[in-house]
Write a protein that binds this ligand. Structure first.
Ligand code: ADP
Ligand code: MG
Length: 232
């Protein structure tokens, strides 16, 4: 018991440190991004490649910082009753442009009659964004992303299915490890944050995948509020 307490104390300290550092890096980053943008017009042609690398690496630092801030200090979490289909619709709208660019279509199976669930809508949106972005990014040839939401017994079930490259069996248990990524521009933090948010909602998340065929991420969430731990 005491061991458990001590561990979570350490985790809190690490979390606060990470948030503090991320916050401190954010201000100089904002200055850097601003000034580098101002330089854009005066870059010599033969240096434009360097400029591109600088901006894309800055972008990467930015995403890492943002994910860290969410991970370490979830912004004022407020649980409320909210329709999950509404959260999903907003997410899909947000990602439509990116999907079109990748030749990806959304196929959505959900009806309006589902009961609201007790959740932190912004956090859940973050999870859906992460999973759908991942799905878009692994479909080099385009294809469908099928999103299904239904009520099964007293839980809400959400599945996101892609037609991407799939995940090798031996890799599946690496998912959610911090910094595990197979992408040049990846942070390897998206799934970690997502798994944590789902756990905070007392939900479950699992992955089914076939190499070369695609991947399904399945989430279940409790509908009632009586067993959701509200983070302090
Ligand atoms: P990132 O997207 O920055 O790489 P994530 O935590 O979101 O970080 O994902 C970690 C890794 O998990 C990805 O780099 C990829 O290898 C794998 N992955 C996640 N989602 C999928 C998917 N739908 N299909 C195939 N691989 C995936
Ligand atoms: Mg990702």
């Amino acid at each position: 018991m005491q061991e458990h307490l001590r561990k979570s104390d350490t985790l809190n300290v690490i979390g606060e440190l990470a948030a503090g550092i991320a916050h401190e890096i954010r201000n100089p980053m904002t200055a850097l991004k601003g000034f580098i943008q101002l330089l854009e017009g005066s870059i010599m042609k033969e240096h434009s490649m360097y400029y591109q690398v600088i901006t894309s690496e800055l972008q990467r630092i930015d995403s890492i910082i943002n994910e860290f801030l969410i991970l370490a200090k979830p912004q004022a979490t407020r649980y409320e009753e909210k329709e999950i289909t509404q959260i999903m619709k907003e997410t899909v709208d947000l990602l439509t442009a990116q999907a079109v660019l990748h030749n990806v279509q959304f196929v959505t199976n959900y009806n309006e009659q589902l009961p609201p669930i007790f959740c932190e809508p912004n956090q859940l949106k973050k999870v859906f964004i992460n999973l759908i972005k991942n799905a878009i990014e692994v479909m080099q040839e385009g294809g469908n992303i099928t999103i299904t939401i239904k009520k099964i017994a007293n839980r809400m079930s959400i599945s996101i299915e892609d037609e991407g490259i799939g995940i090798p069996k031996e890799i599946i248990n690496k998912l959610g490890e911090p910094f595990y990524t197979t992408k040049d521009q990846g942070t390897g933090l998206g799934l970690m944050v997502s798994f944590r948010i789902i756990a905070e909602h007392k939900g479950t998340i699992n992955v089914e995948s076939e190499e070369g065929k695609g991947t399904i991420f399945r989430i279940t969430l409790p509908i009632e509020d009586n067993n959701v731990a509200i983070p302090k």
